[in-house]
Design a protein around this ligand. Sequence first.
Ligand code: PRP
Ligand code: URA
Length: 207
Amino acid sequence: MKNLTVLTHPLIRVCVTALRDKTTPPAAFRRKLAEAAALMVVEITRNLATKTVPVETPLAATRGHVLKHEVILVPVLRAGLSFLDPFLQILPDAKVGFIGIKRDEATALPNVYSSSLPESLTGHDAILLDPMLATGGSAVAAIQMLRDRGAQSVRLVTLVAAPPGVRAVLKAHPSVAVFTAALDPRLNSRSYIVPGLGDAGDRAFRV
Ligand code: PRP
Ligand code: URA
């Protein structure tokens, strides 16, 4: 699928395996999500545009690079929160927005219950963080919110994706770049990814 990148670094695969394991407890689950994101961040930011600027070293004037656009990181609550810190480690000056979305358990349709985003994202590169891409309903809605505010590019970072979700995102938002560590074969009758890793929000956060 065009615009889908599956990141297959061996250390990412090791993280995915620990996350799939149903015996992995919440603290380790959050830590593994963060480790996987840390391993993914370089590939995901590879094509960020830069511009040249003057810089003075202790020895001479030369030219260097800075990012051309503001970056905004947007975790989708709840599971996306575990991806935030590793991205902030590499992009400490990024803005951070939040979108809260919960799927209806009966219909699997997304319900946006909260958001905190700048009024305008014109000229921003947005990086949307959500480990799970199942039907795609949540991601399509979140991306629409970023587009409505004028985001000039959107990257969607997932850990496990299923083909219906990838197709739904790329149909609704063809220019979005989708990244995942695993493309699983299917959804079950309750729209959970199989084999997947279960409910990522529930596994990350005890309630
Ligand atoms: C999960 C996941 C995505 C969504 C994916 O969140 O983190 O946001 O489901 O499913 P979709 O592609 O079919 O929309 P959930 O709604 O379970 O909320 P939670 O993270 O608070 O548990
Ligand atoms: N959300 C999850 O957390 N897991 C799935 O498999 C599907 C949606």
